[in-house]
Structure formats: C-alpha cells, structure tokens
Write a protein that binds this ligand. Structure first.
Ligand code: PLP
Length: 568
C-alpha cells in the first residue's frame, strides 16, 4: 500500500468507524453466531497474491462485525466498561505510525518524557497524594502498564525482593555470602500474598507467577463484603503462626463482583505494625471515580497513607481505550532494584548519567507502546471538567437503575451497596419459592387426576421448597425426626432456588442479546450485575434494561410455575 492508497483506505476506515458507532444502539449487543463460525468464512491459507483494500475492508462488515460483542453499545452493561473515544483512537493512530518500542529514554525520549508528565497529570486529576508524583522527594512516580494484572504481578516482584532484602539485612547477613543466599532461598518458600475473597483473581495469579503462596481472607455481607482491620490482623497472625511470611496485600477500591471497598481507614491503623508488608490498592475500575471531589475526599488521603502502590485502568471507565493501566508507586527504586538488568547492548550514557527514566525497569517486558499519547489527547480534548461530567453521567444512570430495582422490591433484592454505577440484584427467595409451590400444586392436581407421579417421598419435603433443583449442589439440613428440611434447611433451599432462577433470568436475557449483563455468585448468592459507563448511556437505557429484566423474570417465574425446565 503506497501513500495514496493509505490516504484512501484510511479515509474509508474512518467513515466506516463513524457509521459503525452511529448504528451501535440498534445492533444486538451480543453476536448470534455459533463457535467456529469464522472458519467457514475465511480461507484456511493466506492469499498468494495481494488483495485490494476495498475487498479486505468489505469483510469487516460481512465477517468480523457479526462475530463482535459490542462493548461500545449503550446496551452493554456486563463486566465493567472498556471504553474508547475519538481522541483516544487518534492517539492509537499516531502511536502505531511512530511505532517506537521505547524501553530506554534514548529509544525515543518523547515517549518516556510524555509518559512521566501525563502520569503526573493523572495523579493530580485524581488528587492522589504528592508521594505518587514523579517530582516527590520520596521517589514516587507513575507508569502505564497494559493491564491491572500486569501492575499487580510487577509490584509483587518488587514487594518480594524488598521483603527478602529487608529480612536478610535485619538478620545481619552480608550481601554476596552463601549464608544470605540460603536464608533468602528459605524465606522465599514461605512468602504468602494476601487479599480478601472479593479481590480480583489477578492477585492469586500474580502469586502463581511470582512463585509464592496465596491466601484469601473471608469477608461477609453484613460488613458489605469489605476487608476490615480485625479480619486482616487475624489472617496475618495465622500466617505467622503457620510459619509463613506475608509480604503482599491487595486491597480493593471497587471489587469485581459488587464494587465493594475495603476498609482503608481501619487498615491504616495496622500499617506501622507491618511496615514490610507491601500494600497495593487495586482500583482497576472504580479508581476513575476519583476524578470527582466527593470520592477524592473519601479515599485519596487514605490511599497515600496505606499503600505502596495504586493502580486503575483508564481503559475501563475513563475514556481511554484498552490498554492504559495507570500504576503509581511511592518509591520507584523498589521497582528498578527488582527489575533492572543491564546487558551491554542496553547501556548508554544517558542511562548511566542517572538523569533519565528507563521504563523497561518498571515493567516485565522490554519493549513498550507509546500509550501516553492517547491519555494526553483524551485529557486535553475533554479537559478534567469533561471527564468529571462523564463519570457523573454514569453515576446518574446507575442511580436511576437502582431506584427502579428498589421500586420492585416485591420481586428483587439488592445485594451489597450499589456503588460506582453498579447495581447487583437478585430474585427474592420468597418469590422463587412461591413460584415453585405453585408448581407443586400443579403436580399434585395432575397426580390426583392420574396424569403424573409425585416426587420420591425422601425428597418430598425438599421438593416442596425447590431444592430438587440440582444445579447448585448443596446438602440440605434435614430435621432428624421428621426427615423434612428444618428451618435452616428451608432457608438454604429457597436460597438455592433463588440462585438458580436468577441465573436462568440472566442467561435468557443474554441469549436474546438486547442487553448484555453479567451473572455472578458471591457470598453464596447469584446476582445479576448491571453497570453502564458508556458516555452515551442515559436514563432511557437504564429503563429499557430494567424493563427487559422484569419481563424476563416474569417469564422465568411463569415457566417455573408450570414446571418447565428452561434448560430444555
Ligand atoms: N482488578 C479488578 C478490580 C478488576 O475488576 C479487574 C477486571 O475487571 C482486574 C483487576 C483485571 O483487570 P486487567 O484485565 O486489566 O488485568
């Protein structure tokens, strides 16, 4: 493709992208294809001869778009958003055009210097304490990673090395001695990373990658699924009692299932007792809300007081497209000491002078993309004011949705406090049981008329409460004398039934593809998570989603009353 060919093709692509965006609301958000659909459409070998661009581009509409889940649709309310905006797209274009894998400052000074500057912009926009700025006296700073998982595993390596060094130093073991190496090797095998049972699986995965152990700390609904100081302290003491060395703790601002927030303020009281425990705050999604003063007032100071590192994905809710995970550390030396290796081909006078940043020492890969451009473009095009308006809009849409769920409290219950535009709802167990009782009456009528058999006597009591449904496995507590479920058993059975029907509702909604929502199970409750961070999402989209959920719920309940199995 020559320059003229590129000009024409690029213009055509831009037109197509604009058209795609303008039709997003009308497209089903989920694709209607079967696994392997693309194999039948695309030849199994690359073409021998060059093909003209119009032919290639036409296949986007006919072959690729039918297999897309439309994350940019305002009807996408699943997982967390992963947004893209035009200024961000333009940043990607330039980044691709320059393609400079700037691992060292010298490999493209503008890439490194812009990254340092925009990371400071971001830290200031979120009102993170000064200790996270590149200009801080303690050696803080920000770096753009590809994902929150990458930020976690990278800081885990820094934490591991710091922990081992501090322990060995404290024991008076001299560098380069066999004794020190042996002691470090022993301690390494005892290291354990911790997080609450609500934290994202990336902490567990990070422990896997760093070759350390992992323990999760349980939380409960009565504490809003938040990790508290007493629970943390108990877990730390248990680790020590078991001869383990807790070296890393992930706290979360906005957990994946319910957007729960760990109790930073109470945990801060433990900080001085465990100075060598690296605390990372994972705010992958909800960190974007810190652009608003009300959230800054609530969280920013505590983040500075307790955490060694903090990250959030600008590529989720803050209008920069994937990938742009912003990691901030209070002391960048811990990263560079752990990750810096200097083969001769990477050495240069600028690095030696100590005056420049080489971001390769702040991450796992060597090469890196010029991601700072898209952050720069988005922050300038929207202004901090525009970013605030966007987050405020999402919060308003979320509140509208929550209010509608509350109005139908006869049908649904909300699990965990709705936060950051996310609402988690579930069918009320009482409603599920009433529907199953109705089915029991239908069965009995049919039995009396000789058209059906009643369930086996041993399961009769259970069946009347719906636990004959075997999808969610559990042992129902049965009263020893009557062989029927006791009060606790009945509660368990109704919970199981509500869980299974909630999952049926979510699956049926997603199979139709009008909206996309996520079912999940946490604290033994199956929930439907509804969250929309889309900039064009409005109260009307929230209303439409809620109407679909109510309609589908009625449908599932009707089928349950008739005794129909939705999975058939
Ligand atoms: N942490 C939290 C709280 C998340 O919700 C997620 C993903 O949604 C992650 C971490 C992992 O994000 P990434 O895909 O950037 O690794």
């Amino acid at each position: 493709m020559d320059q003229e060919g590129f000009r024409k093709a690029a213009h055509a692509v831009v037109e197509h992208i604009i058209e795609y965006n303008s039709t997003l609301s009308d497209r089903p958000v989920l694709p209607k294809i079967q696994p392997g659909y693309l194999r039948d459409l695309i030849p199994s070998n690359a073409p021998e001869q060059p093909e003209p661009w119009p032919l290639i581009q036409a296949d986007i509409e006919s072959q690729i778009i039918p297999g897309l889940t439309h994350w940019q649709s305002p009807n996408f309310m699943a997982f967390f958003p992963a947004l893209v905006t035009y200024p961000s797209l333009l940043g990607e274009m330039y980044s691709a055009a320059f393609t400079a894998p700037a691992f060292n400052w010298l490999c493209s000074p503008a890439c490194t210097e812009l990254e340092t500057i925009v990371m400071d912009w971001v830290a200031k926009a979120l009102a993170l304490p000064d200790c996270f700025l590149s200009t801080s006296s303690g050696g803080g700073g920000g770096v753009i990673h590809g994902s929150a998982s990458e930020a976690i595993v990278t800081t885990m390596v820094a934490a591991r090395e710091r922990y081992l060094r501090v322990r060995a130093d404290a024991e008076g073991l001299r560098d380069g001695t066999m004794e020190r190496d042996d002691r470090i090797a022993f301690l390494r095998g005892r290291l354990v990373a911790l997080s609450s049972d609500q934290a994202h699986s990336s902490t567990q995965k990070g422990a896997l990658i760093t070759g350390t152990r992992y323990r999760s700390i349980s939380t409960c609904l009565s504490e809003d699924l938040s990790l508290t100081a007493p629970r943390l302290e108990e877990a730390l003491q248990q680790c020590h009692a078991d001869g383990l060395e807790p070296y890393y703790l992930t706290l979360t601002l906005g957990t994946t299932s319910t957007c729960a927030v760990d109790d930073f303020a109470s945990i801060a009281t433990l900080r001085s007792k465990y100075p060598n425990l690296w605390i990372h705050i994972d705010a992958a999604y909800a960190g974007a809300a810190l652009i608003l003063q009300e959230y800054q007032a609530q969280y920013s100071q505590d983040i500075g007081r307790i955490s060694d590192s903090f990250n959030f994905n600008m590529h989720k809710w803050l209008l920069v497209n994937f990938d742009a995970s912003c990691l901030f550390v209070q002391n960048r030396n811990h990263l560079t000491r752990a990750l810096s290796i200097n083969p001769s081909y990477l050495q240069n006078n600028f690095t030696e002078s100590g005056l420049v940043t080489d971001y390769r020492d702040w991450q796992i890969p060597l090469g890196r993309r010029f991601r700072a451009l898209k952050i720069w473009f988005v922050m300038r095009s929207y202004g901090i004011e525009g970013l605030r308006m966007h987050i405020e809009n999402s919060l308003r849409v979320g509140e509208t949705f929550t209010a509608m769920v509350v109005e139908r409290r006869d049908l649904f219950e909300i699990i965990a406090t709705p936060r950051f535009a996310l609402t988690c709802l579930r069918l009320r167990p009482g409603v599920a049981v009433a529907a199953r009782m109705k089915q029991r009456q239908v069965n009995e009528k049919m039995y009396m008329s000789g058209d059906a058999e009643l369930p086996h006597p041993r399961s009769a009591g259970i069946a009347s409460w719906g636990a004959s449904d075997t999808r969610e496995e559990q042992t129902i507590k049965v009263d020893a004398q009557s062989n029927l479920p006791g009060r606790e058993g009945q509660e368990q059975a109704s919970e199981t039934l509500a869980n299974n029907l909630t999952k049926d509702i979510a699956d049926l909604i997603n199979s139709r593809g009008e909206i996309f929502i996520t079912p999940t199970t946490t604290a033994r409750k199956t929930l439907i998570r509804v969250v929309s961070g889309n900039p064009v999402a409005s109260k009307e989209h929230a209303r439409k989603a809620f109407d679909i959920i109510v309609r589908t719920t009625e449908e599932v309940l009707d089928k349950c009353r008739q005794g129909e199995d939705l999975r058939n």
